[in-house]
Structures are given as structure tokens and as C-alpha cells.
Design a protein around this ligand. Structure first.
Ligand code: FMN
Length: 358
């Protein structure tokens, strides 16, 4: 029997936008921004995927020398703003809508990728394991605990990045509070051992996030700001002892911001931390709830039908299927993503995935 995926094709409001469908393209780092500059190839890639109800870009640096992947883009220089205009124009011309994911890597930024600059984090605790640098695989370094003064400067970096994103033509920004990067490092206990008003209680650990959201929403309007969280992901050595309590607390706090959406990842890349966090967010969060991680079209349609979420973000499926909504509507087979080309330069495995046969 064909799957009933009609719920994925119903329009939905997100901030002031109306999305034509519920397929969100999840943020996906693809490391094609040579010298951190968005380019023509990236514009082509995003425009190919403009039939998503909304595209969220790969994570994008709010300030220099915070690279974690080498060729990750930024949004702090005039050249980057100009470069991103190619993407926003191409996506809009193709009928799509696009948010920029704004990001600070914190302790995931390796000095060898950043002219020797030492990484910062809430506390001087390194990520376990190794990362790829220009000199090969190297252990993550010990970050230094960020000062209160530097925290205020980073909040301003997020604010300016949001303003720059609007100048570049984006429909809004997604604040990256997930996956063990700086905001998440403040939020979760394993990376935050501070004894000042940014550490300790859940209220204190949330202070940096809420300061960033206040600055960004004041700058560009709350209807143009989304937030991504990953309460369970242990990627980048993250852990919190009470993810359920964490989600219900944050969901309630976030209501006051009237954001365009809350984007919640339901699982752990490594399958270590487990809990059923989506229903908790749904219960306490009053705005648009976007969910992600491991959904196929059938399960995505089901959670929408059951009113468990408002939209579903697809990651790997959008890497390999630029025309994902049309394929699902036609019941066509999906291309398989090729992990070998996720982060390699050039068009191979990036803009050359075939469209569905007519
Ligand atoms: C190649 C790749 C790059 C990713 N880059 C980002 C990123 O820049 N920002 C982010 O929040 N998540 C990133 N993720 C996580 C995805 O957004 C998504 O959460 C993950 O792929 C799970 O969704 P899926 O099962 O639909 O693929 C990345 C995932 C992959 C596979």
C-alpha cells in the first residue's frame, strides 16, 4: 500500500513565512566554502534544494578564527555577506526560503585551523578524541575558560551575524544551540563547570543562550529567529544528567521569546543517551516545533498527523535528493548519500545527485 504522506504537503506558518510544505532541509556542513567564503557552487547546491518548505544552511561562523571544519563559511565580513547573496538570490529565484544557521564552535575550534588561536569554552575542559586539522588527525586542545567580558563580546557577534544575515538576504537565522558547540557547552553539565552566574543551576547555564536570543531577536525580530537544540547528543563529549528536566525547563523559558520555531533533535549520534524528549517539548513549548533525526517520510507524516510536531527536518535525505518532496509525492526511490564526499571540496557528491527520472 502506498504510504500516506499528505500531512507533509500541508502548508504551515513559521514566523511570518508560510511554508508550502513541512519538509525542512536540516543544517548540513559540507565544507565547500574555500577560505570561509560562500561561493557560486554553494548557491547552486542550495538552489537545487529550493523545493524544501524551508532550507536551513550549514553552520556559519559569527566571528573569525572559530573554524571547526576548515572550509566552513562565515558571516562576519563584507565579502561573506556578498558571497551569501548569491545563495539567497538563487534560492529565492527558485521559489525557496532560507535561514542561516549562526554558530560559534567554542572548544571544537582547533588552533591549527585558526592561526594558532586557542579555543574558548565555558570551562577549561577538552573534547575527548581527535579532529581533522591541516596537519592530520590531532587531539582536541584544552580551551581556556571564557571571561565574562568575552562572553558579552560573543553575544554581540551573534547579534551582528543576524544583522549581516538579513543584509545578505536570508529570511531569518537559526541560532545553533546544538551538537556540543559553544551555546550547548554552556547548557550542558559535562562542559560547564563554571561557578559564576553562567554555571551551576539550569537557570545559570541557560543565561548565555537567553542573552544571545535577546540580542538576536531585538536586532532582527523574533519572527525571523529559530533555535536548534540537541538535548541527548553526546557528540563533542556532551552529557547532561537530566535531559528530560532540561527540555521541559528550556521549552517553558523559550515561550517568552516568541521565536519562529524550536528545532529539536530527538536522539544521539552515538545512541548512548536515550529519552523521549519530543513529547516533553510539545507539552511545554507553545510555538512551531520542528523535529529531526532519523525520520523517513512515513514516520514524519505520522508525527504531523498526530500533532506531535509542526514540521520535520531531513538531513541525509536532502544531501542525496535535491528533489526530496517531489520524490516522496511520487513514491519514487531515493538516492543514497555518499559519506565519502560529505566534506570534500568540489561538486562531486554535492551538486551532482540526479533528479528523479521524469
Ligand atoms: C554531513 C553532515 C553535516 C551536518 N552538519 C550540521 C550542521 O552544520 N549543523 C547542525 O546543526 N547539524 C548538522 N548535522 C546534523 C543534521 O542536521 C541532522 O541533525 C542529522 O543528519 C540527522 O538527521 P537525518 O537523520 O535526517 O539525517 C550534520 C549532519 C551531517 C550528516
Amino acid at each position: 500500500m502506498p504510504q500516506d504522506t499528505t500531512a507533509l504537503f500541508q502548508p504551515i506558518k513559521l514566523g511570518k513565512l508560510t511554508l508550502p510544505n513541512r519538509f525542512i532541509m536540516a543544517p548540513l556542513t559540507r565544507a565547500r566554502a574555500i577560505n570561509h567564503l560562500p561561493n557560486d557552487l554553494m548557491a547552486e547546491y542550495y538552489a537545487q534544494r529550493a523545493s524544501a518548505g524551508l532550507i536551513i544552511t550549514e553552520c556559519t561562523m559569527v566571528t573569525p578564527q572559530t573554524s571547526s571544519f576548515g572550509n566552513d563559511p562565515g558571516i562576519y565580513s563584507p565579502e561573506q555577506i556578498e558571497g551569501w547573496k548569491k545563495t539567497t538570490q538563487a534560492v529565492h529565484q527558485a521559489g525557496g526560503q532560507i535561514f542561516l544557521q549562526i554558530w560559534h564552535a567554542g572548544r571544537a575550534a582547533h588552533p591549527l585551523l585558526n592561526n594558532g588561536k586557542e579555543a574558548i569554552a565555558p570551562s577549561a575542559i577538552a573534547i575527548d578524541g581527535e579532529t581533522t586539522t591541516p596537519e592530520g588527525k590531532k587531539a582536541y586542545t584544552l580551551p581556556h575558560a571564557v571571561t565574562q567580558e568575552a562572553i558579552l563580546a560573543i553575544i554581540q557577534d551573534f547579534r551582528q551575524a543576524a544583522a549581516n544575515a538579513i543584509e545578505a538576504g536570508f529570511d531569518g537565522v537559526e541560532v545553533h544551540g546544538a551538537n556540543g558547540y559553544l551555546i550547548d557547552q554552556f547548557l550542558r553539565e559535562s562542559a560547564n563547570q563554571r561557578v559564576d552566574n553562567y554555571g551551576g543551576s539550569l537557570e545559570n547555564r541557560t543565561r548565555f543562550l537567553t542573552a544571545v536570543l535577546t540580542a538576536v531577536t531585538n536586532e532582527i525580530g523574533s519572527e525571523r529567529v529559530g533555535l536548534r537544540l540537541s538535548p541527548l547528543n553526546s557528540f563533542n563529549s556532551m552529557k547532561d544528567n537530566d535531559p528530560e528536566g532540561w527540555v521541559s525547563y528550556l521549552a517553558k523559558q523559550l515561550n517568552t521569546f516568541n521565536l519562529a520555531y524550536l528545532h529539536l533533535m530527538r536522539g544521539d549520534f552515538f545512541g548512548i543517551q536515550k529519552a523521549d524528549v519530543i513529547p516533553i517539548a510539545r507539552e511545554h513549548y507553545q510555538g512551531h516545533l520542528m523535529v529531526n533525526m532519523g525520520y523517513d517520510a512515513a514516520e514524519a507524516a505520522e508525527i504531523l498527523r498526530n500533532n506531535g510536531a509542526d514540521s520535520v527536518a531531513f538531513g541525509q535525505a536532502f544531501i542525496a535528493n535535491p528533489d526530496l518532496p517531489a520524490r516522496i509525492q511520487a513514491g519514487a526511490a531515493l538516492n543514497t548519500p555518499d559519506q565519502k564526499t560529505f566534506y570534500t571540496p568540489g561538486s562531486e557528491g554535492y551538486t551532482d545527485y540526479p533528479l528523479m527520472k521524469a
